[in-house]
Design a protein around this ligand. Structure first.
Ligand code: 13P
Length: 253
């Protein structure tokens, strides 16, 4: 963490919690976030967004979606636009999560369009990048991460980059209980910042919050968050348990 940048603890609920269950979980999470000095975000399923926006109004917690479509409107059955999210009070949106890239054929080209749509609607995109175990073992991780960053952010100006959050999520660490070591996570978050500096200038890169995601939990959060280029966490499984999420928020103080 670095006091010049915003520290963000974001939960990614993925496809979990019905609206009623979401209301109950938020009831437990809100008191734990009440005194937080960091930014706390819950990225919930589309149908939970209205209840999440209502419940968190006036609180420390911001609401995020987990995806959007890059077109403004039209014949795209089943899709949701950035303006729809913005109008109901959503402020963040996860873009390019590895699960969407893997299961829903999302590409760097569509991720780039989605980043542009989010920014145009005033939403804060949380761009996810990360390598597979195979790519790490083949020593092509740095090249892969740099390519993702370059293409995914190709339409973003230096001025707008200040409104983008990047999350490093090694695919091999997601939902596996196999967290990256703090050294591994720091190394890649630094690589991301160096790449941002090349693309947008060092001054801008210094302002971007870079999160780590992948089996972050109440036990390992403090060590990960102590790294100089890790400005927060994107948390899956542990964000579904109010106590664990609360402890991660506390570790970010
Ligand atoms: P887990 O914390 O469950 O490993 O998930 C991480 C993640 O994918 C957050 O977006």
């Amino acid at each position: 963490m670095n006091s010049n940048r915003k520290t963000i603890i974001a939960g990614n609920w993925k496809m979990n919690k019905t609206p009623k269950e979401a209301e109950a979980l938020l009831g437990e999470v809100l008191p734990k976030a009440a005194g937080a000095s960091c930014e706390v975000v819950v990225c919930v399923p589309y149908v939970d967004l209205p209840i999440a926006c209502g419940k968190t109004a006036g609180s420390k917690v911001s609401v995020g979606a987990q995806n959007l479509h890059f077109k403004a409107s039209g014949a795209y059955t089943g899709e949701i636009s950035a303006a729809m999210l913005q109008e109901i009070g959503v402020s963040y949106v996860v873009i390019g999560h590895s699960e969407r890239r893997e299961y829903f054929a999302e590409t760097d080209a569509t991720v780039s369009l989605k980043i542009g749509a989010a920014l145009a609607a005033g939403l804060t995109p949380i761009l996810c990048v990360g390598e597979s175990l195979e790519q790490r073992e083949q020593n092509i991780m740095p090249e892969h991460i740099r390519t993702q960053i370059k293409i995914d952010l190709s339409g973003v100006s230096a001025a707008d980059m200040g409104r983008v959050v990047v999350a490093y999520e090694p695919i091999w660490a997601i939902g596996t209980g196999k967290t990256a070591t703090s050294e591994q996570a720091q190394e890649v978050c630094k690589l991301i910042r160096d790449t941002l500096a090349e693309l947008f200038g060092a001054e801008t890169a210094e302002t971007v919050s870079i999160l780590y995601g992948g089996s972050m939990n109440a036990k390992n959060a403090a060590e990960l968050l102590a790294q100089p280029d890790i400005d927060g966490g994107l948390i899956g499984g542990a964000s579904l348990k109010a106590d664990d999420f609360g402890q991660i928020i506390a570790a970010a103080q």
